[in-house]
Write a protein that binds this ligand. Structure first.
Ligand SMILES: CCCCCCCCCCCCCCCC(=O)SCCNC(=O)CCNC(=O)[C@H](O)C(C)(C)COP(=O)(O)OP(=O)(O)OC[C@H]1O[C@@H](n2cnc3c(N)ncnc32)[C@H](O)[C@@H]1OP(=O)(O)O
Ligand SMILES: Cc1cc2nc3c(=O)[nH]c(=O)nc-3n(C[C@H](O)[C@H](O)[C@H](O)COP(=O)(O)OP(=O)(O)OC[C@H]3O[C@@H](n4cnc5c(N)ncnc54)[C@H](O)[C@@H]3O)c2cc1C
Length: 643
């Protein structure tokens, strides 16, 4: 099962080796983080990042090993942006010459980069960005400028205090004409003394949600006051500006400029499964340890994991962690394929890849953020302690619903793709994840044939249900849209339904990928049978949660919906005996979980009690302030005037 979760034996070995390397190195200790002030916390992160970079070089780690090392260090910091966005942006949007010049500097960290796209006034709407890059043909330079307060770059990670360079997205202006938003390599700080270069205002945007979490990252604000950069620092794979000031757009879609975001969105789906699996591991192990009520004649009380309500909240999240793991693997292969095609200037799968990365990013991050919070609640009061590991994980994780594409905005991109697919149905057969829309007649006409709860243990019945639901919702939106004279107005008016139809489409993808994974990639019987149970839990949980869609579209009868719910209850009893095996298969070490409740040894109460005494408030019995502020109250015998 560990290999199934890791994806392969080699992947398991790499991640296991890196997890142990981090867990066994005191430099990467995490428990004290929440007690540090912002400056100490930040310096602590710089120290860890420097030590990690030395480890990577001393041990000559591979790129894959280095990714896992950074992952298990489990601390947002400037290297995330450098490796996940700055380097990929140059790789994806730089010309050969630009890659030749900048990549060796970036890959040896002689320069440290960030990705500066979002501004105070615009994040989702990239075409609305206000920073300008005006071409000066006299000097063969671009003049970077922040014309308004809202044009201030705002949020880029690592930009406030660490990054020496940034890919800055700005409006290209030539002779007063706007030629779209493009990426520019801009140096921010001196490589000698790290001071901001002339014309640049740089700072941190302030504390963020949660304490020890994203405050290890210096998300920055940046303003330009007519800063000049050489013309060859505009990323020119997609579009070019000649020395004479002529703008040329290559015959590639302008959306390749968005390629870095697509790349990160597909990694964010894999990260969602990791984050959700951490929370589920903690809540499952604790639900086995925790006993409450149910004692018979002095016997032990009931383990809370045996309550059906606990199972109905926990096991769908366990199943979702596996579903997101597998769909993340599938998405990565889709992305690798599109990258290879782009090399050959084949853009045929770019729209679908964009829709899948956008939609699955939104689906998995929303479900994971809600899932982490549900796992906190599944642990009762102790889940609210920092030592449970859950509040910090939640605070660390939730921005994923906003960054790299706000989730609703992303679902609307899926809707745009689906509406276009439906409008082309007459003369273009949909393929890939939208292929089911090409079989729309049976999906609209045939209703569910399930007669018994057992009938739901059939992947074909499940797949047909999810295809019919999505098809009926998407086609329904298409039909209503057709009634609007102005398609854009119709799209805006129907956007709520369109987002729901997009979610149905994305849930179909996750369910079908889970089924495909079981049919084609999981060998043998034991592991396969156990994962089949989780696949049915995932699908029937979604069917139950969204049964309104299945009923409203006429595909399901209320009876069939209740049979699905009955089967779900039965499935929970099948998950229960393997619950600990499922979460142990994540191979999360105690260091990574950073949770007293999720300890591998289950030794919760003594360790909870021990952790409490580490709080600085327990350094003394009579703490500072008692004499000055509490004793006087006790002695003054003051009371409310009306007593
Ligand atoms: C344990 C857990 C660890 C977690 C931790 C580690 C994680 C790894 C560390 C990094 C940590 C993250 C740090 C956050 C980093 C930021 O957040 S970076 C900033 C991210 N910002 C965004 O994502 C902005 C989102 N907005 C957008 O992408 C664009 O504005 C939108 C929404 C796509 C609209 O773009 P637009 O140019 O107005 O285009 P639009 O008119 O909507 O569409 C035009 C056409 O282009 C197409 N199109 C649009 N975009 C694309 C695209 N990307 N590709 C292809 N086609 C496209 C459309 O489909 C449409 O096609 P047609 O319908 O015409 O055929
Ligand atoms: C922790 C963190 C790290 C970040 N790191 C970086 C970074 O390194 N580099 C970088 O460039 N950016 C970064 N960002 C910024 C991030 O990319 C943006 O915040 C994100 O893209 C969301 O954009 P926004 O803030 O403009 O949201 P908005 O779009 O303003 O969202 C506000 C509300 O408006 C709604 N909305 C917006 N447009 C529409 C529409 N057309 N239809 C319907 N509803 C709509 C949204 O659904 C949302 O509910 C980071 C953000 C965070 C939180």
């Amino acid at each position: 099962m560990k290999v199934a979760w890791a994806g392969s034996r080699e992947a398991f070995q790499v991640s296991d080796r890196m997890a142990k390397l981090v867990a066994n190195d005191p430099v990467f200790e995490k428990f004290s983080k929440p007690m540090l002030g912002r400056k100490e916390l930040f310096k602590n992160t710089l120290r860890k990042a420097a030590y990690a970079w030395k480890l990577i070089n001393d041990l000559r780690l591979t790129e894959e090993e280095a990714k896992w090392l950074r992952h298990y260090i489990d601390e947002p910091n400037y290297t995330d942006l450098h490796w996940e966005m700055f380097v990929p942006a140059i790789e994806g949007q730089g010309t050969k010459e630009q890659k030749k010049k900048w990549l060796p500097l970036a890959q040896t960290m002689q320069i440290i980069g960030t990705y500066a796209q979002t501004e105070l006034g615009h994040g989702s709407n990239v075409q609305g960005l206000e920073t300008t890059a005006t071409f000066d043909r006299q000097t063969d330079e671009f003049v970077m400028h922040s014309p308004t307060l809202t044009s201030s770059k705002w949020w880029p990670g690592g930009m406030a205090k660490v990054a020496t360079h940034a890919i800055v997205y700005a409006r290209l202006i030539i002779d007063g004409l706007f030629h779209g938003v493009h990426g520019f390599i801009v140096q921010l700080r001196s490589l000698e003394d790290h001071s901001p270069l002339p014309g640049l205002t740089l700072g941190d945007i302030g504390m963020k949600f949660g304490h020890g979490t994203y405050n290890t990252m210096d998300n920055g604000v940046l303003r330009f006051d007519h800063v000049r950069i050489p013309r060859n620092q505009m990323l020119m794979r997609v579009s070019q500006v000649t020395k004479e000031g002529k703008y040329a757009q290559s015959d590639v879609p302008r959306q390749l400029l968005y390629g870095t975001m697509v790349s990160v969105r597909q990694t964010i789906v894999a990260d969602a499964s990791k984050a959700l699996s951490r929370a589920v591991c903690i809540a499952t192990r604790y639900s086995v340890v925790r006993r409450q009520f149910g004692s018979r004649n002095g016997g032990p009380e009931t383990q809370v994991i045996d309550y059906k309500t606990q199972q109905s909240r926990l096991f769908p999240l366990l199943a979702s962690a596996y579903a997101f793991r597998f769909v993340g693997e599938w998405l990565k292969s889709l992305y690798i394929d599109v990258k290879q095609r782009l090399e050959a200037n084949d853009f045929s799968t770019l729209p679908e890849t964009h829709a899948c990365t956008a939609g699955l990013k939104a689906l998995t991050t929303a479900a994971t953020a809600d899932g982490i919070e549900e796992c906190r609640k599944l642990c009762g009061g102790h889940g609210y302690l920092i030592s449970s590991g859950l509040p910090e994980l939640f605070a660390f994780y939730v921005p994923a619903c906003s960054y790299e594409g706000e989730n609703v905005v992303m679902m609307l991109q899926v809707a745009r793709f689906l509406v276009k697919t439906v409008s082309n149905l007459g003369y273009k057969q949909p393929v890939g994840t939208a292929a089911y829309l090409g079989r729309v007649t049976p999906l609209l006409q045939n209703n569910c044939a399930v007669q018994t709860a057992e009938d739901w243990l059939n992947p074909d019945a499940i797949l047909e249900a999810f295809e019919a639901r999505a098809a009926r919702m998407v086609i329904g939106c298409g039909e209503r849209l057709a009634m609007f004279e102005n398609p854009e107005e119709g799209f805006a008016e129907l956007s709520i339904d369109l987002v729901e139809a997009s979610l149905a489409h994305c849930q179909l993808i996750t369910v079908s990928v889970f089924i495909q994974k079981l049919n084609h990639e999981i060998p043998g019987n034991g592991v396969k049978r156990s994962l089949e149970v989780l696949c049915y839990v995932y699908a029937l949980f979604l069917l139950h949660k969204h049964q309104g869609d299945f009923l409203a579209t006429g595909y399901l009868t209320p009876k069939q919906a209740s049979l699905a719910n009955e089967q779900l209850r039965t499935l929970y009893s099948k998950v229960r005996p393997n619950a600990i095996a499922f979460v142990d298969s994540f191979n999360h070490m105690d260091h990574y979980l950073c949770s007293v409740l999720g300890r591998y040894d289950g030794n919760v109460y003594p360790k909870l009690y021990e952790a409490a005494w580490k709080d600085p408030l327990n350094d003394s019995d009579i703490v500072d302030g008692i004499q000055q502020y509490v004793q006087p109250i006790l002695k003054q015998k003051l009371h409310y005037a009306k007593l």
